[in-house]
Design a protein around this ligand. Sequence first.
Ligand code: ZN
Length: 409
Amino acid sequence: MSGSLLVTGIGELVTNSPGSGDLLGAVADAAVAIGDGVVVWAGPEADLPDEHRGGASIDVGGRAVIPGFVDAHTHLVFGGDRSDEFARRLRGESYRQILAAGGGIHATVAATRRASDSDLIADAAARALRMLASGTTTVEVKSGYGLDTATEVRMLRAAAEVDAATPIDVVPTFLGAHVVDRGSDRDDYLRLVVGEMLPACAPLARFCDVFSDEGAFTVEEARIVLEAGLAHGLRPRIHADQLSHTGAAALAARLGAASADHLDHATPEDAAALREAGTVAVLLPGASFSLRSSPAPGRMLWDAGVTVALATDCNPGTSYVESMPLVVALACLEMGLTPAEALWGATRGGALALEMPDRGWIGPGAIGDLVVLDAPSHLHIPYRPGTALVDTVIKRGEIVAGLRPEADR
Ligand SMILES: [Zn+2]
């Protein structure tokens, strides 16, 4: 799927182009030309070359345009929901107590194993389409609710089906080492992950992830799994230092991982290591918000020079959040990022976390993924949290979603 489209009448164009003087590379009174799904021209409309006129076009009437959101951390494929657990946590039970009692991830594992392929795909596709409607054009999707080889493979196949059946681009990650399967010996389970799941899942995934934390895997176990993933051609990423400081962020840096995610308990030493390694910090403010815990030190990480990305962590337990605009608002209001930093992290930062340099920015060579806001400026995203502000979503040069009916465009 790809199209050619000229977008004019852009009041504020966020390009994220480096070297433009400000972080977002904002251009006023701008136009963008997309040819065969790829941006061929972007800049002040007054400078638009005539060669880009004459084909399909939309005038967005002074609205702001940003790159499509790149959501670099989700658990989009799952069975069931955990609304009951949400209510229990609000009554005072901790996530760790619920997990130890067989709830948490284990409850979703049971529901995912029970779900049919068609239900897993249909439910995940419905979530993906809601994400698309809120401006997300690329989404990373993890396995990790199977914890047996057959179900892990089914989850990654479902992610591929969502990629094929919807306009959104899906980037698959193997997360067999999410938790030790209930009733399994942990050494036996690790042998299963490395010896059987990885060979079966590697052809279906781009990244290998591990949940390294209290109640999940130790840093040493994470190293074993991620090095095995590397041997199968999967780039590493890590759930790191979310519930406690375990040293997983430092491991991510040592391995040159694509990303270290969560980082609620990261230290300045971790920040220095991530910066030196070029490992992206993927921050998930929807999780700390939903758990009513302290958010990751986003301000500290940004100021330390770490590349920061923002993502939803969409999952049925600790962050059933599908909206990147809400995540941008939380990053500003809970972590102290500026609106420009948060928007950059939710677009360009996400693309860098997924090692996809062709997206998260708008300029010649970038894929034509644009979001028209029903607002004059990107500032309205964090300023009006929870408000549907996505006017139109353009994926590879085709209009694929939005608030306005086709006839009004
Ligand atoms: Zn996660």
